[in-house]
Design a protein. Structure first.
Length: 275
């Protein structure tokens, strides 16, 4: 097995940068009310800001869970402006992942296997993108620990995951296989899936909040999308089902969103946490 995943290209445009919030207690910013595909602007803004402040340096990016990590980080536009960016890909080894790697030529450089043991050199990546991975793997905290260890001091961890405390997550865990496949096709047509619905505690707002505190990571910004927040394609009847479950759960499960996005920063110094 290679010591480091192969690098690949991304050809996308980046939106302009924006200022970050500075506290782990920063409120969730809801997505747009209009229904539509997730636009990925949050992660692209932080990627562009990080790269812009480091002219002349090679920027290394790791896309963990690359078969579902399809956010637009604006790498193509940054390269066109002269940035030296190296992108590596890894994913776990399950049937849906193998099918995705076979079908998508852009993922040809992905190294897949057990994410608990795949070689990840410490402090070697500037930015790690982990999108729609946490809810579909076991030993999620161990995997995330390895990803965090691979980030350079001052680097970024970009997280997107389905919130286990949402009504949508309950549906994902309990719907029959045929219904899950239909829902997947409604959102990701022509892509292999769905993936296993695991949803360990880490795949939640409370889980990530506790993890960031324990690992001394700074939450720069977070956002909620899907459900009533909008920003995701909602197949017919799915939002109605979420609202019904939220009502029946008496607030224990929410329909206000389906997925959460976090931008976390690894401090330059372990004592330099923003409070």
């Amino acid at each position: 097995m290679p010591a480091r995943p192969a690098a690949v290209s991304e050809q996308r445009a980046a939106p302009p940068p924006a200022a970050a919030a500075g506290s782990p207690a920063a409120p969730v910013t809801e997505g747009p009310a209009a229904r539509g595909p997730f636009d990925g602007d949050l992660f692209a803004r932080y990627t562009r800001d990080y790269v812009t402040g480091r002219e002349g340096q090679q920027i290394t990016i790791l896309r963990a869970g690359c078969t579902t990590a399809d956010e637009d980080l604006g790498v193509g536009a940054l390269r066109a402006s002269g940035a030296d960016i190296n992108v590596s890909l890894i994913d776990d080894d399950q049937p849906a992942t193998r099918a995705a790697l076979t079908d998508d030529e852009s993922l040809a450089g992905c190294v897949n296997g057990d994410l608990r043991t795949l070689p990840l050199p410490p402090r070697s990546y500037d930015i790690v993108l982990c999108a729609l991975l946490l809810q579909r793997i076991r030993n999620a905290e161990l995997v995330l620990d390895r990803l965090v260890a691979s980030i350079k001091p001052g680097g970024l961890l970009l997280l997107r995951f389905s919130d286990r405390d949402s009504a949508a997550a309950l549906l994902d865990r309990t719907l029959p296989a045929a219904a899950r496949r239909a829902l997947w096709r409604g959102r990701r047509p022509d892509q292999p899936g769905p993936y296993e619905a695991v949803y360990e505690r880490l795949s939640s707002a409370r889980g990530i909040q506790a993890y960031a505190l324990k690992r001394e990571l700074v939450i720069a910004e977070r956002r909620a999308v899907g459900g009533l927040a909008g920003g995701l394609a909602e197949p017919y009847g799915f939002l109605t089902g979420q609202k019904l479950i939220a009502s029946l759960s008496r607030g224990k499960l929410t329909a206000t969103h389906e997925e959460l996005l976090y931008v976390l920063r690894k401090p330059e110094d372990r004592f330099a946490r923003i409070v």
